[in-house]
Design a protein around this ligand. Structure first.
Ligand code: HEC
Length: 139
């Protein structure tokens, strides 16, 4: 009786553990795949934007021709720098560097840039070397 009980418990534990193991394997793959990491950075940026920015900026307020005209041709660091120093208005610098970086990636995607092959680099110089090139940006 006790042995059966243990077997059953084990089966339940194994059943519960299997989907978890599969998810971990996917996570592990995502952690090493730069494209997946870049996509995930954009997703996190969207989550952060909804949590910290959407109350004042509708999506359309940060993805429109005026926005693209203003930011197109400037660097990813310029945009990152502005939002991390001045936003959220009233509580600037409240988010982590990673969150601001993710939001920058999200804003780039929102304005028509394809998801990059690698996540945006945290390094300011590298970030400064990335040009914001929207579909409407003059070349
Ligand atoms: C409490 C309101 C408020 C919150 C929250 C807020 N902003 Fe702002 N934001 C403003 C105001 C006010 C301005 C300056 C006026 C403008 O350009 O709309 C501004 C300007 C901006 C600009 C420059 C707009 C442009 O056209 O270049 C960006 C980009 C921006 N905010 C991004 C963000 C991001 C990203 C967040 C979240 C981390 C955020 N804001 C949170 C109020 C807010």
């Amino acid at each position: 009786m006790a042995a059966r009980c243990v077997t059953r418990t084990l089966a339940i534990v194994l059943l519960a553990a299997c989907p978890l193991a599969a998810t971990r394997a996917q996570d592990a793959a995502a952690l090493t795949d730069p494209v997946a990491l870049a996509a995930r950075q954009v997703e996190r940026g969207e989550q952060w934007f909804r949590a910290a920015c959407l109350e004042c900026h509708a999506i359309g307020a940060v993805s429109n021709p005026d926005f693209r005209l203003k930011w197109g041709g400037r660097s990813a660091h310029d945009l990152f720098d502005l939002i991390s120093r001045t936003m959220p208005d009233g509580n600037p610098g409240a988010l982590s560097r990673g969150a601001y970086l993710a939001i920058t990636a999200y804003l780039m995607k929102l304005n028509g840039m394809p998801v990059a092959a690698t996540p945006l680099p945290a390094d300011s110089t590298a970030l400064g070397g990335l040009r914001l090139t929207f579909p409407s940006t003059p070349r």
